[in-house]
Write a protein that binds this ligand. Structure first.
Ligand code: ADP
Ligand code: MG
Length: 701
């Protein structure tokens, strides 16, 4: 069947009509024949087996029975009525029950005819009953295309209330296959099909909707999942290639004095191999003609900042400006202080711009940015304001990119006539699979090695009732000269209550750790930024030993002498947050500890999160668990969830297929970037169809 035919509106299909079409559109987004074919079953039920009524058991599983209706009546109940049909076979009797939609059901039921009924059974008033059974006349059942593996389609309450049951969808699907004669245009090239030993498109579609057996179903699913992931990868990789060929970047041809002097004389430590490798990748990008668009992933503490700085120095060496944007004021200030110190002897002009910069300061920054005197600007979102104009921004770095949206990324682009090179850094590792699908248009560098000498952080889970012991431990650590974080959850919706928890906690800590022996800092979101900064500085300088805080310190804060992280109500934090928090310690040479405090009541997800934290320090492993617990949509936020709107593949379970798909997409595009070779004609056609009918671009970025 040709593809245009598949764009026919669903109303035209026999058995659908305007009302059903409307429902299918609204509830399942099915507009065309094509959409219907791509409505894939969620699961399959094995309907090879039939039960006799006297074989039914009280386990409430799906069963299938053949029998006849003896009579039908309405029975009054507390609210409204229910419709009850007596149903029998040669071994006994049971009831079929409907709580809704009585009229048309009653009219359609045929007394004395053989039916196949299917559904879950309940035991009630000494009999089995089956509420809202799926049913079909035995003679129709025998005639239908139905296979033993019965597909169960996605549905909604509204659909089933309006009589579009799974069986109806199944019938509509049969009709579609009859009208199309089950022939569909092949969408993968012969090469791929033979190399991967795939079944044809038509065979796959047939077997996914009407599987003949398990084996064919598995082949059908593999083929369709591969295809789906293949075309997404093809588009992402193609977009990346087009981007590279079209968007000219500023070629940073040389590595000059700033970089070399820093590298030779001011670098306080030897770079790790991972840092060296990543720097090389970045240098290659910057030196090429294309604009860099790179994601730098590295676990907390892996040393991304130094990579950022050295990249900025390359920009400066080539006469360009650079900027570094961080999501919070605290983090910007810290970056600013750290980088300023590192550049101390290099004679570089570097400034900080945040929401709390004073007007006069701002004006100076704006001026010196525009005339090019200012070389490095560090700050928060304030960098994105329209008044911030660069003379020649060559490199923009975004730290903790997951906190910024795509829109903000692109705003940085517009800071120049020609887009600057972009490096986004994230310490919340995105599982590789997800990164590949979501950021397929970015190149990815990974720092997968921590600086030497780090002791891995010891993590334990303690219940609230052991608080005294925990406090004793804190005292011991402080006696050794260490510092301690105690973090409370502050979650927007219940902010007032959380705030009270924080203050109560603070007071009790002040009681248990009295002055003058102990000095305590407190930092939370409701404080003025000057006060926050003051308290932070006291802690950084070691004037206070305990920092009581909310998650404002989650990101990036670097106090190497702090060796204990206590997380209060840890069950309320997500995995990536816990991992970020833990990353605040273990930054110095001392053994560090993370203590997760919880109440006794824990959900199973909370337990998994805590166990995971105790078991591993590996951010990538944690990210994988997080992905399994929360699902991809939640992790990436709604903005990007479109990418994960897959029809048949599952980004978590089908990771292997994704890798295959990406491998082949890359291989094909490397050999034939514009897909103009005869052997790739089918791929090009399909690709054009996909982009024509469903603008995938907007679902990718
Ligand atoms: P993150 O990747 O979390 O941003 P940072 O850049 O803040 O990590 O680095 C964490 C700490 O490790 C900093 O104190 C930094 O100076 C130090 N560091 C970074 N690279 C190295 C290295 N190669 N050797 C030793 N220490 C390093
Ligand atoms: Mg950092």
């Amino acid at each position: 069947m040709n593809t245009n035919f598949l764009q026919t509106p669903i109303d035209y299909l026999k058995g659908v009509g305007p009302n059903r079409a409307d429902l299918l559109q609204k509830e399942l987004g099915i507009h065309t024949y094509q959409d219907l074919i791509n409505l894939f079953p969620n699961r399959y039920i094995d309907r090879t087996q039939f039960y006799k009524i006297n074989q039914l058991q009280r386990n409430n599983a799906d069963v299938q029975v053949i029998g006849q209706i003896i009579d039908v009546k309405e029975v009054a109940q507390k609210r409204g009525k229910r419709l009850v049909a007596r149903f029998q076979d040669d071994t006994g009797e049971m009831e079929l029950v409907w709580f809704r939609g009585h009229k048309w059901i009653r009219e359609s039921l045929k007394i004395g005819k053989d039916y196949v009924i299917f559904g879950k059974t309940n035991w009630f008033n000494g009999k089995y009953n089956m509420p809202h059974p799926e049913m079909e006349l035995l003679e129709d059942y025998k005639k239908s295309l139905r296979s033993a593996m019965q597909p169960i389609y996605p549905s909604t309450e509204k659909l089933s209330n309006k009589g579009i049951s799974n069986r109806v969808i199944n019938k509509i699907m049969q009709q579609l296959f009859t009208e199309t004669k089950g022939k569909f245009v092949e969408t993968l090239s012969d090469n791929l099909i033979s190399e991967l030993k795939l079944i044809s498109k038509s065979e796959a579609l047939f077997n996914v909707h009407f599987p003949k057996n398990q084996e064919l179903l598995a082949k059908a699913q593999y083929r369709l999942k591969f295809e789906e992931l293949f075309y997404i990868q093809l588009q992402l990789i193609r977009k990346n290639l087009i981007h590279k060929s079209k968007i000219k970047g500023f070629p940073f041809t040389k590595v000059g004095d700033y970089f070399n002097t820093f590298f030779k004389s001011h670098l306080a430590f030897e770079l790790t191999n991972a840092q060296k490798r990543v720097l090389k990748e970045i240098r290659n990008d910057l030196g090429s003609n294309a604009q860099m668009n790179r994601l730098l992933q590295g676990d907390v503490g892996s040393g991304k900042t130094i990579v950022a700085l050295m990249s900025m120095l390359i920009a400066l060496d080539n006469g360009f400006q650079a900027c570094l944007m961080a999501p919070t004021e605290i983090l910007s200030v810290q970056h600013y202080n750290g980088l300023r110190d590192m550049c101390n002897n290099l004679n570089i002009s570097i400034k900080l711009l945040t929401g709390s910069s004073k007007t006069l300061e701002r004006r100076e920054i704006h001026e010196s940015l525009e005339n090019g005197e200012l070389q490095i600007l560090i700050g928060t979102h304030a960098l994105l304001e329209d008044t911030v104009k660069f003379k020649n921004l060559g490199l923009a770095i975004i730290d903790e990119q997951h906190r910024f949206g795509v829109a903000q990324r692109s705003k940085l682009w517009e800071k120049n006539t020609s887009p600057p090179h972009i490096l986004v850094m994230t310490a919340t590792p995105i599982p590789r699979t997800l990164a590949m699908s979501v950021y397929g248009d970015l190149d990815i560098s990974i720092i997968d090695e921590l600086p030497p000498g780090r002791k891995s952080i010891k993590t334990v889970h303690r219940f609230d009732k052991n608080r005294l012991k925990v406090f004793r431990f804190i005292r011991d650590e402080i006696a050794k000269g260490r510092q301690v974080y105690i973090v409370y959850p502050l979650i927007q919706e219940s902010a007032t209550l959380d705030y009270k928890d924080l203050m109560d906690g603070y007071e009790s800590i002040v009681r248990d750790f009295p002055m003058p022996d102990y000095q305590i800092s407190i930092v939370h979101g409701k404080m003025k930024s000057a006060d926050k900064e003051f308290e932070m500085q006291r802690f950084i300088k070691g004037e206070t030993q305990i920092m009581v805080a909310t998650t404002v310190i989650e990101v990036g804060v670097d106090v190497p002498n702090a060796s204990v992280m206590i997380v209060e109500s840890a069950e309320r934090f997500g995995l990536s947050q816990l991992h970020q928090l833990r990353g605040r310690v273990g930054r110095g040479a001392e053994q560090s500890y993370c203590i997760l405090m919880t109440s006794h009541k824990l959900s199973s997800d909370s337990k998994t999160r805590l166990e995971t934290m105790v078991r591993t320090n590996d951010g990538f492993e944690i990210a994988e668990v997080d992905l399994r617990l929360r699902g991809p949509g939640d992790i990436m936020g709604t903005q990007q969830s479109g990418v994960l709107n897959l029809k048949i593949a599952d980004i978590i379970k089908d990771n292997d297929i994704l890798q295959h798909a990406r491998y082949y997409a890359k291989k094909i595009l490397t050999k034939d970037p514009s897909l103009k070779n005869q052997e790739n004609k089918v791929i090009l056609n399909t690709y054009s169809q996909i982009t024509k009918y469903k603008n995938i671009w907007n679902y990718i970025s």
